[in-house]
Design a protein around this ligand. Structure first.
Ligand code: 3PG
Ligand code: MG
Length: 391
């Protein structure tokens, strides 16, 4: 895949429509995690430095084609201005005249693209109306690239287009992890359900050398192999599918790693009374809430034998203590090997990044994607429409 970047463009005196993802979590008027906003600053600054007038296009929440004040991008404006260190002109209904009337160094933020029902429909007229606002289209929203919407895909087909800095960085990191990685490669996939990650597991077993399965998903694989897991979360009807994945992995030379030992409890709550035991010993009235220390030690060894690691999903019920222990310890092992220059580590997905932050490991990872759904779809081997439109 090839696409143009900012370096390929002559942008002086031009208007550059720039799709960004500033869909940030908020509590009241406060942005609780500004990472996505901070990550677009290099692109905006670079465009301005090259003489472009920047018009930011973005979505916020899922208003489903309605104008909802609680999903107005006005709410994000103060955090955006703070991150950029500049004032930003907000336009509810942007027009070319209004944009032209602003000084060349101006930055514009257009209202939530999803206030129009035409956005998610990838309506050609909406794409044409957007295209008429600028001379070039820059996509810096990797985390929204799995959506074929008017402001991500449609407009890219109508204007000369290129990738922003963050988009280019995300694509390079993912290519390094799964495209042409240094081998051996280990993928860690956790989370509750096999059914939501089927495509992911199917694609990974043909691409990676080691697949570590954690969280509730691991229980489904254990059950499929005749190991009883008591009251643990498990999708018993997915057992045949799990066996197919195991067979596919075997044929592809991918080793699957399941928990050797587990931490079990009788209730799903923080601080619940718990025991550590061999996986096969889970009592019929208990549930597995985390992997045990022997599993973590085994994972560390797998990581030590690998050059590349890609991570999506926690190994246990990381949101309640002490069932975050395996996720934390494995994340710290990956961070340590990365710091020592022995491992390239890439992680993505909302929960995953929260878990790695909690473990204090995120900063040491080679790359943390800003994407949730787009990261997953990319790991599944799917084409991302927003990226494809740049090619
Ligand atoms: C995200 O938050 O994952 C992106 O902004 C995409 O949002 P969406 O899932 O509502 O399309
Ligand atoms: Mg999402």
């Amino acid at each position: 895949m090839t696409w143009k970047t900012i370096d390929d463009m002559a942008l002086a005196g031009k208007v550059v429509l720039t799709r960004v993802d500033i869909n940030v979590p908020m509590e009241g008027a406060q942005v609780t995690d500004a990472t996505r906003i901070e990550k677009i600053v290099p692109t905006v600054e670079d465009l301005i430095a090259r003489g472009a007038k920047v018009v930011l296009l973005a979505h916020f929440g899922r208003p489903k084609g309605k104008t909802l004040p609680e999903m107005s991008l006005r709410l994000v404006l103060p955090a955006l201005e703070a991150a950029l260190g500049r004032s930003v002109t907000f336009m509810e209904h942007p027009s070319r005249e209004a944009i032209n009337a602003l000084p060349q160094t101006a930055v514009v933020l257009a209202e939530n693209m999803r206030f129009s029902p035409l956005e998610e429909a990838n309506d050609p007229q909406m794409a044409a109306d957007l295209a008429a606002l600028g001379d070039y289209f820059c996509n810096d929203a990797f985390s929204a690239a799995h959506r074929a919407h008017a402001s991500t895909e449609g407009v890219a087909r109508l204007l000369p287009s290129f990738a922003g800095r963050l988009m280019a960085e995300e694509l390079a990191a993912l290519e390094a992890a799964l495209g042409k990685p240094e081998r051996p490669v280990v993928a860690v996939v956790g989370g509750a359900k096999v059914s939501t990650k089927l495509d992911l597991l199917g694609n990974l077993v043909s691409k990676v050398d080691h697949l570590v399965i954690g969280g509730g998903m691991a229980n489904t694989f254990l059950v499929a192999q005749g190991i009883e897991v008591g009251k643990s979360l498990a999708e018993r009807d997915m057992a045949p599918t799990a066996l197919e994945i195991i067979a596919k992995a075997k044929a592809a030379g991918c080793t699957i790693h399941l928990p050797i030992d587990v931490v079990v409890a009788r209730e799903f709550k923080a601080g619940a009374d718990n025991q550590t035991m061999a996986t096969a010993d889970c009592p019929s009235d208990a549930m597995i809430l985390d992997a045990g220390p022997q599993t973590v030690a085994a994972l560390r060894q797998v990581f030590e034998g690998c050059k590349t690691l890609i991570w999506n999903g926690p190994l246990g019920a990381f949101e309640i203590e002490p069932f975050n222990a395996a996720t934390n310890a494995a994340a710290q092992a990956a961070a340590e090997l990365t710091r020592a220059g022995k491992l390239v580590s890439v992680a993505g997905g909302g929960d995953t990044v929260a878990a790695l932050n909690q473990a204090g490991a995120a900063a040491d990872f080679t790359f943390i994607s800003t994407a949730g759904g787009a990261f997953l779809e990319w790991m599944e081997g799917k084409t991302l429409p927003g990226v494809a439109a740049l090619e």
